[in-house]
Design a protein around this ligand. Structure first.
Ligand code: RIB
Length: 305
């Protein structure tokens, strides 16, 4: 059994680095391309695993070569694959476009991730029951996340829900049951219907969710860090300013590393501080999972600064 169970997506990332985005009808040459392992769920699992957590992933890979490679990658990085299934269709893929300012645009073709249904989770109740934390995102069917939240509630296991990508159909009834809800400003606004244009508005929207029953709302606010709100407390845990080259997967590295530090015994503010540091390092390196350092690499990288 693993301490952290990530229930979610895996994708093959097809990353194009561009000098500028093409306009409609235009063809441009790009200076660089990379293929790598991604998917918000897999990214979060790999970040936690690289930091030393025991991580298990409940996910569906495709019946193609990408699926085999994805399984091999999980094994290589130490993520337990006993709850990984092979679907009846192709693997999920994500064409990604990164511009010189390090920002990205992502298209997701979910493929086998759509086959991670609530019924699949019932095969892995033992895994969910014996976890310290369940981590969810939103690249699999919403009903599967709802079922995961119900099972976790039945077994008394806390849930960390990262509502990415934003989905306006997310049902507040389930959100209200989670211990940690970690959106960015846009995702927070999508769910609450409230504006999130400045810190006061973000805090008010986060408080609205706490009033609905969410244990802790952790809003990622880019390089400014994270705003943590619960019923007794509101605090900004500052981020680190770095020279970013590729922000792809930075949010996932924050979630995965927070899951690691928290289940490793750190307090929430300590875990947030360390997750901010981890995510800051990843944006200074190209690629998605490829940019996630191990515990030892992280020590060296932080020592060099
Ligand atoms: O959050 C980044 C991830 O989003 C990429 O790895 C891509 O696969 C998409 O899921």
């Amino acid at each position: 059994m693993s301490d952290i169970t990530v229930i979610g997506s895996n994708m093959i990332d097809l990353i194009t680095y561009l000098d500028r985005m093409p306009v409609e009808g235009e063809t441009v040459s790009a200076p660089d391309f990379e293929m790598g392992f991604g998917g918000k769920g897999a990214n979060q699992a790999v970040a936690a695993s690289r930091l030393g957590s025991d991580v298990s992933m409940i996910t569906m890979v495709g019946h193609d070569n990408f699926g085999k490679e994805q399984l091999d990658n999980f094994k290589k990085v130490g993520v337990d694959t006993s709850c990984v299934g092979v679907g009846d269709c192709n693997s999920g893929v994500a064409p990604i476009f990164v511009d010189p300012s390090s920002d990205n645009r992502i298209i997701v073709i979910k493929g086998a991730n759509n086959e991670l249904t609530p019924a699949v989770l019932d095969n892995f109740k033992h895994q969910i029951k014996n976890s310290k934390l369940i981590v969810l995102q939103q690249e699999i069917p919403l009903e599967t996340n709802y079922h995961a939240i119900e099972l976790a509630e039945e077994f008394g296991v806390p849930v960390l829900l990262n509502p990415a990508p934003a989905n306006k159909n997310l049902n507040l009834k389930y959100v209200s049951k989670v211990e940690f809800f970690s959106p960015n400003e846009t995702e927070l606004s999508t769910l609450t219907g409230l504006p999130t244009n400045n810190l006061d508005e973000i805090e008010a929207a986060a408080n609205a969710l706490v009033n609905e029953g969410v244990g802790n709302v952790i809003v990622t606010i880019g390089s400014k860090g994270a705003l943590w709100v619960n019923k007794d407390h509101s605090e900004i845990v500052p981020g680190k300013k770095v020279a970013a080259v590729d922000t792809t997967g930075a949010g996932d590295s924050f979630i995965g590393s927070f899951a690691h530090y928290f289940t490793d015994g750190e307090s929430i503010p300590e875990a947030l501080k360390h997750a901010n540091e981890y995510a800051a390092v990843t944006v200074t390196r190209k690629g998605t999972q490829k940019s996630y350092p191990t515990k030892d690499e992280l020590k060296e990288l932080v020592a060099v600064e």
